[in-house]
Ligand binder design. Structure first.
Ligand code: GCB
Length: 606
């Protein structure tokens, strides 16, 4: 699915701004049919932003169910020869779109885009009322899963197994854009490298079937020189002495696809340009290779999270966060625990930051809830994660759809070097293999070029886990020194080393420590090993680093988390998860220096 783009043949209108907003109190939105009229602007909400922290009422912040967004839109009068689409970069978790009284599209899945053609509904130059309904309910059949229960006070409450706040609404941009009748519909690029030669395989889908010689494809380098040109839907560009896309040293070619009115006519009907980074990714033995060189991941698990805007995308925060990561010496991050805004991946492409791209499949684990997050476990009678009443075939279909949409959106980004299918599924429980295996197969069919992983958690140690052999890279989330052996870093160090050596011995795959860290209250200092102090966070990280340097298969370290982030409140999540190396407003805790020392001084790994 191509990101909309303004080119010589396409126009793009941002619908971001201030929309009318209402929280739905009725249980049946179809009966209310709010989209048939104007919603009074009593409340207004910014787009893009999660709506939860904008207002000051708990009834809005903790609302479970539908909300309405509405605004007026004009179709530009010059679009009479064009087709035009509405595109929502995300609606978390379910969106329904109406143009005046017409239903145009519905989408489930809170972190991937969707769109609808509206050419036949509104004439150029005409205004229309755009109403978007957004529902934030998580059920056993959504990804991520959750469940809604009615409390003693009669209020509906959302429960879920993951450790971040259920921010909701239109947290990413909304667009109206035009494309010509005959247009480029999709482009798939795969690259490879052999010595100094780069290969760019491309495949183009067009909106109508057209002759090969009307599709013109050009590859242009960073100084604007044309280095390859051909006609046809599918081919391989061979680039001698290619400028490779390297971690920390990105190089982006532009693949320009043009649809010509007739071969040689010089008349371009449609034009789309895609940034292409030429690089290869391989897993060989216990090494992760980018361009045939061992790559060692330094960086973070992150969240899209900021004060007031929640998960609302914001370019200022985004670029600042990249600079803070660069300052620590991070070369990579994981999109934990859902696909991030496409702007983030574009920025990572441009600046050579390596990304592990994850589906929103977090919380497929009922064993975790009571123990770790203090959230009420369910169902009361059965603690099994995979069962007809809990995570089941329908959840699996939603998960498959999440994989399809993630790959459709992100397949062309050079920064994405690996797909993470899930975070901490109950990988030692019965039913997990039957659930996961088809999803891994699907992922590999959709993209055979990138390795696949999932993040394993401590409840599924090497002797109990039943799915690791399905994957290429071992990603381990470990909290020795925090949830286990708290304030006892010596025992934690031994346990961590034994754990890692056990995986190394059994699988021989590359190992990435995909989470490790400690909650830390900024400003709390202690000379002894006092959990929550800034010194303890640093010492805990140092302890992990000593162990990583002793275990050959470790090829990466992603600290949990880049910054403090918001969670459902429990007695040990006081105004959020405090494992950030930066506070929520992006000020460094002492541990930032610990990482900076390690990651900027020790640059090369064998
Ligand atoms: C985990 C989860 C992450 C949590 C973290 C924690 O294992 O993957 O989402 O936030 O632990 O801090 O407990």
């Amino acid at each position: 699915m191509l990101k909309p783009q303004a080119t010589s043949t396409r126009e793009l209108v941002s619908l971001d701004g201030i929309w009318s907003f209402a929280v739905v109190t009725t249980t049946d939105v179809d009966e209310e049919r709010i989209w048939t009229g104007v919603i009074p602007p009593k409340l207004q909400a910014p787009v893009p932003a999660s709506y939860n922290d904008i207002f000051v009422q708990e009834s809005i912040r903790g609302h479970v169910g539908w909300v309405y967004y509405q605004r007026q839109v004009f179709v530009p009068h010059g679009w009479s020869q064009e087709r035009y689409f509405l595109r929502l970069d995300a609606a978390t978790h379910q969106g329904r779109v109406y143009v005046d009284e017409h239903f145009v599209v519905e989408h489930i899945g809170g972190y991937t885009p969707f769109e609808a053609e509206i050419t036949n509904l509104v004439a150029p130059g005409q205004p229309f009322r755009l109403t978007v309904l957004v529902n934030n309910e998580l059920t056993w059949h959504t990804i991520p899963p959750g469940r809604v229960e009615v409390g003693q006070n009669g209020e509906r409450k959302q429960y879920y197994q993951h450790d971040f706040f259920n921010y909701s609404g239109l947290a990413r941009s909304v667009w109206l854009y035009s494309v010509p009748t005959v247009a480029v519909d999709d482009i798939t690029v795969k690259t490879d490298v052999d010595g100094t030669t780069g290969f760019v395989d491309f495949e183009i889908k067009t909106s109508q079937s057209i002759d090969e010689d009307r599709v013109q494809v050009s590859l242009i380098d960073e100084v604007g020189s044309l280095i390859y040109q051909t006609v046809g839907h599918k081919n391989r560009a061979v680039v001698k002495s290619a400028h490779l896309w390297e971690p920390g040293a990105a190089y982006l070619y532009q693949l320009r696809v043009e649809i010509m009115a007739a071969p040689g006519s010089g008349i371009v009907l449609d034009s789309y340009q895609l940034a292409v980074g030429v690089r290869s990714v391989k897993v060989i033995g216990n090494r992760f290779l980018i361009n045939d060189k061992p790559f060692y991941f330094t960086g973070f698990g992150r969240h899209e999270d900021a004060p007031v805007r929640g998960k609302g995308h914001d370019n200022a925060y985004m670029i600042h966060d990249f600079h803070l990561m660069g300052w620590t010496g991070a070369n990579s991050f994981r999109c934990s625990h859902y696909p991030y805004a496409e702007e983030v991946l574009e920025y990572a492409d441009r600046h050579g930051i390596v990304v592990i791209d994850e589906t929103p499949a977090v919380g497929l684990n009922l064993g975790i809830v009571g123990g770790v997050f203090g959230v009420k476990p369910s169902p009361k009678s059965s603690p099994l994660t995979f069962s007809p009443d809990t995570i089941n075939d329908k959840t699996q279909s939603a998960h498959a759809q999440a994989i399809r949409e993630l790959i459709a959106r992100d397949k062309n980004h050079p920064c994405v070097v690996m797909w993470a299918v899930a975070n901490e599924p109950a990988s030692a429980e019965p039913g997990v293999r039957e659930y996961m295996e088809p999803l891994v197969t699907l992922n590999r069919q959709l993209d055979p070029t990138r390795p696949v992983c999932f993040a394993n958690m401590i409840h599924a140690p090497v002797e109990k886990d039943t799915i690791t052999d399905l994957f290429d890279v071992l990603c381990l989330n470990r909290y020795y020194g925090w949830y286990a052996y708290n304030a006892d870093l010596d025992t934690a160090e031994q346990a961590l080393e034994e754990d890692l050596l056990g995986w190394q011995k059994k699988y021989g795959n590359p190992i990435i420590m995909s989470e490790y860290g400690a909650d830390t209250q900024v400003g709390l200092h202690a000379t002894l090993d006092v959990p929550w102090s800034e010194e303890y966070q640093s010492r805990l990280l140092d302890m992990y680093h000593r162990v990583f340097d002793r275990v050959d298969s470790v090829v990466g370290e992603h600290v949990w988390n880049f910054a403090d982030f918001q969670c459902p409140t429990t007695i040990f999540r006081i105004d959020g998860n405090k494992k950030g190396i930066f506070t929520r407003d992006r000020r460094p805790k002492s541990a930032a220096q610990t990482l900076r020392r390690r990651w900027t001084e020790q640059k090369t790994y064998e």
